[in-house]
Design a protein around this ligand. Structure first.
Ligand SMILES: [Zn+2]
Length: 196
């Protein structure tokens, strides 16, 4: 809050002949707002960058990114209940324990659902259009992960396709995962949409 010296006295409720237009206190402009991100972070717009906080100084989930950078998609598991979390947690959502195990996840899975992104890409991803996002059931674990699916054009992708996890460098400082197409299930591909 700003200092009290700038506060206006409350408006008198009994208006005279001409009521003044209601005033709206202007908030700070974009340039005046404090910038929460460290200057060392990369240059993408903060609010549209879904994964800007990867360093140990910025997130207690830094191990997820460290392991991903080493090629291992992993998550946390509570040693008490034994259940995998997704996304990884800093504390167990059941017993609130903070000392959690880190476990590697399977590298392969099956496409449960997908959608092409044909327009309206997030800032910085316009040149990737069209691209595919989907839900993938990882083999052998009860986890369904959301992510980009690469290596196939969307009209040629089928529900049930096999994919594998692929860690990749977002930029020089950051890493994330995506899924790379391996093969479609046997049988004809059902058209995802009808062309007029
Ligand atoms: Zn627990």
């Amino acid at each position: 809050m700003s200092g009290p010296s700038r506060r206006r006295p409350p408006a008198r409720s009994s208006a005279r002949t001409e009521a003044p237009a209601p005033r709206v206190e202007a908030g700070p402009t974009a340039a005046e707002r404090p910038r929460p991100r460290p200057s060392a972070e990369p240059s993408r717009p903060f609010l549209l960058d879904f994964f800007p906080l990867e360093s140990a100084a910025a997130t207690r989930l830094a191990r997820f990114f460290e392991r991903l950078r080493a090629g291992r998609l992993s998550t946390t598991r509570c040693p008490v209940e034994g259940e995998l979390h997704w996304p990884p947690r800093v504390a167990c959502p059941v017993c609130h324990r903070e000392a959690l195990d880190w476990v590697d996840l399977p590298e392969t899975g099956t496409v449960y659902a997908f959608s092409p992104v044909l327009a309206g890409a997030p800032l910085g991803m316009e040149s990737d259009l069209p691209f595919i996002v989907g839900l993938v059931d990882l083999d052998g674990v009860p986890l369904r992960l959301f992510g980009r699916i690469v290596g196939v054009e969307w009209p040629a992708l089928a529900i049930g396709a096999r994919v594998r996890v692929e860690p990749f460098a977002v930029d020089a400082d950051r890493v994330f995962y995506r899924f790379r197409f391996v093969s479609n299930p046997p049988g004809p591909i059902t058209p995802s949409s009808e062309q007029a």
